[in-house]
Design a protein around this ligand. Structure first.
Ligand code: SF4
Length: 262
């Protein structure tokens, strides 16, 4: 069968080819894709990722400059004054639980890893506050080890693309990983998440202003009219995304360009 018209009868090879095409289209659409949590080392990324639970990356990035300056090492988190740490991270929500996680993470790193973030998945997942998703973010972005990050956006989009029916994040990670070259996993994750935040939203995806229409079995989940879809694009490159999809960029309202990608 041809891979340009995905259907339930698609072969494994057809799915793989379509997945690779989706990957290339995402590369073209999101040349700016990157880890949206500001950090300059593995510890900062681990801390930012813990803070990002139930919170936007933008809000986390507003909090972390002061936090990282005040607590530059694992030992600083281990010995942190609880009230002070809570106040600093309060804007990210669930600040009591997150304070617990950061303090325990600092203590575990000091006790078991000489204060350093380890570079192996099996070690990372033993640390307080760090699950498999966070571990993959850290490996991919701080250690250059390819990893797939199955967050809510990634999960939604690979289901819409019917790349897998799996619902368990670890199974999704393996199923999608098998469709792409390992070296591409980290950037693929960023691009999928970028697309989920800027184009293929949970409630109203911008189908009529999406570059993946021919590759996506869920085309039509959101408005297909270019004018309606263009209004749903988000972020500073919203007009570029419209152009890439063959939509008049003038249809993208100014507030869409200024909108925060969730
Ligand atoms: S066509 Fe619609 S459902 Fe498919 S990826 Fe694009 S925005 Fe998402």
């Amino acid at each position: 069968m041809t891979t340009s018209s995905p259907s339930v009868a698609e072969t494994d090879l057809g799915r793989k080819r379509r997945a690779r095409r989706i990957g290339r289209a995402l590369t073209d659409a999101h040349p700016d894709a990157h880890c949206e949590l500001d950090h300059s080392n593995a510890l900062e990324l681990a801390v930012a990722t813990i803070l990002s639970a139930q919170c936007t990356d933008k809000r986390v990035n507003e909090v972390t400059p002061k936090l990282f300056a005040r607590y530059p090492s694992a030992a600083d988190y281990a010995g942190a004054d609880r009230t002070e740490l809570e106040e600093l991270i309060r804007p990210t929500g669930f600040f009591r639980n997150k304070t617990d996680s950061l303090t325990k993470l600092g203590q575990a790193l000091v006790e078991r890893y000489d204060g350093q973030i380890p570079g192996k998945l099996t070690d990372l997942v033993t640390l307080p506050g760090i699950g498999r998703k966070t571990a993959n973010v850290i490996l991919g972005n701080a250690f250059g080890v390819p990893g797939i990050t199955v967050d809510t956006h990634f999960q939604r989009l690979v289901h819409r693309w019917r790349l897998t029916d799996e619902t368990d994040p670890v199974k999704i990670e393996h199923a999608v990983g098998a469709l792409f070259e390992k070296r591409d996993w980290t950037m693929l994750s960023h691009r999928v998440i970028f697309h989920g935040r800027r184009v293929c939203h949970a409630r109203k995806p911008a189908c009529g202003a999406c570059t993946l229409t021919k590759l996506c079995p869920s085309y039509g989940t959101g408005p297909t009219e270019p004018a309606a879809a263009a209004k749903l694009l988000k972020g500073p490159r919203a007009r570029d995304l419209a152009v890439a999809a063959g939509v008049d960029p003038e249809m993208v309202p100014t507030q869409a360009v200024g909108a925060e990608a969730p």
